[in-house]
Ligand binder design. Structure first.
Ligand SMILES: NC(=O)c1ccc[n+]([C@@H]2O[C@H](COP(=O)([O-])OP(=O)(O)OC[C@H]3O[C@@H](n4cnc5c(N)ncnc54)[C@H](OP(=O)(O)O)[C@@H]3O)[C@@H](O)[C@H]2O)c1
Length: 216
C-alpha cells in the first residue's frame, strides 16, 4: 500500500498520484514474490486491473512457479468487466480467480466461470478465513493483498495480515480519503523490519509480532 504523509490511501480516487519510481519497483518485486495477487472489486474497477505480466527480473524469484501470479478478485456483486483484459488476456497459468458468495448473481457467475476460477467462500459476505484457506489449498500460500482499504480491514480483523509493505509519500492531502485500513476495527502489533528511503519516499516493511500467532 502507498499512503500520503497524512495517511490518505488515495489521491483524486486513485493511488497513482501517491506513488513514485521506487514504489513502483517495490510493487513489481512484491508481485514477483507472490503466488497470487488479491484485490477488492472496487480497486480492480477503479485502478483498471489487467493480468500481472511476467517480468524478466522475476525469473529467479519465480523459479519452479508459473511466470506470473493470477489475480484474485473479492466481490459480492461481480460488477466487473468480465470481457475485459483481466479476464480475456490472462495466460492459462495465471487464470484469474473470483472469490465470492453464495448470494452472487447466477448469470454473472456463469459468465465469470468462462474465463476465471470461482471460489465460493461465505453466504452473504466473503469469509476471509475461508477464502484464504481455499487459496492455500490451491498451493497459493504466498498471498499479496493489494487493497483496497475495505478489503485490508477485513483481512486484518481476521488475523490474516502477517506482513505490511507501506510506502509513505512526501505529500499532505487532507480531504476524506480512507486510511489503508477502512472498516471494522482491529489491532495487529507489528515490528518494523526494514526501512528504505528514496527521493523523500519511505518504504517500510512491517511483520506481525510473533506472539499473535498464525491464523487460518
Ligand atoms: N493507496 C493504495 O496503495 C491503494 C491500493 C489499492 C486501492 N487503493 C484505492 O482504494 C480505493 C478502493 O478501495 P476500497 O477500500 O474502496 O474498496 P476495495 O477493498 O478495493 O473493494 C471493495 C469491494 O470489494 C468487495 N468486497 C470487499 N469485501 C467483501 C466481502 N467480505 N464479501 C464480498 N465482497 C467484498 C465488494 O465488491 P462488490 O461491490 O463487487 O460486491 C466491495 O464493494 C480506490 O480509490 C483505489 O484507488 C489504494
Amino acid at each position: 500500500m502507498v499512503t500520503s504523509a497524512d495517511g490518505a490511501a488515495w489521491m483524486k480516487g486513485l493511488s497513482a498520484g501517491l506513488s513514485g519510481q521506487g514504489d513502483r519497483r517495490i510493487f513489481g518485486v512484491l508481485r514477483g514474490l507472490a503466488d497470487v495477487v488479491l484485490a477488492g472489486a472496487s480497486t480492480v474497477r477503479t485502478e483498471g486491473y489487467g493480468p500481472a505480466r511476467p517480468r524478466e527480473s522475476w525469473t529467479a524469484l519465480r523459479e519452479g512457479r508459473p511466470p506470473a501470479p493470477p489475480i484474485a478478485v473479492v466481490t459480492r456483486r461481480l460488477d466487473l468487466d468480465l470481457g475485459g483484459p483481466l479476464f480475456t488476456e490472462a495466460e492459462p497459468y495465471a487464470r484469474p480467480i473470483i472469490i465470492t458468495t453464495e448470494s452472487a448473481p447466477q448469470d454473472r457467475l456463469d459468465e465469470a466461470a468462462k474465463n476465471a476460477d470461482v471460489i465460493i467462500a461465505g453466504e452473504e459476505r466473503v469469509d476471509m478465513l475461508a477464502a484464504v484457506r481455499d487459496l492455500r489449498g490451491r498451493g497459493l500460500g504466498r498471498i499479496l493483498c493489494e487493497g483496497g482499504p475495505r478489503l485490508n480491514a477485513q483481512l486484518a480483523a481476521a488475523g490474516l495480515v502477517d506482513e505490511v509493505s507501506l510506502t509513505i509519500s512526501p505529500l499532505l492531502l487532507g480531504g476524506d480519503a480512507a486510511r489503508i485500513l477502512n472498516g471494522v476495527a482491529s489491532q495487529t502489533s507489528l515490528v518494523l523490519a526494514q526501512v528504505l528511503e528514496e527521493d523523500g519516499f519511505l518504504f517500510c516493511r512491517y511483520v506481525r509480532e510473533a506472539q499473535d500467532g498464525p491464523a487460518g
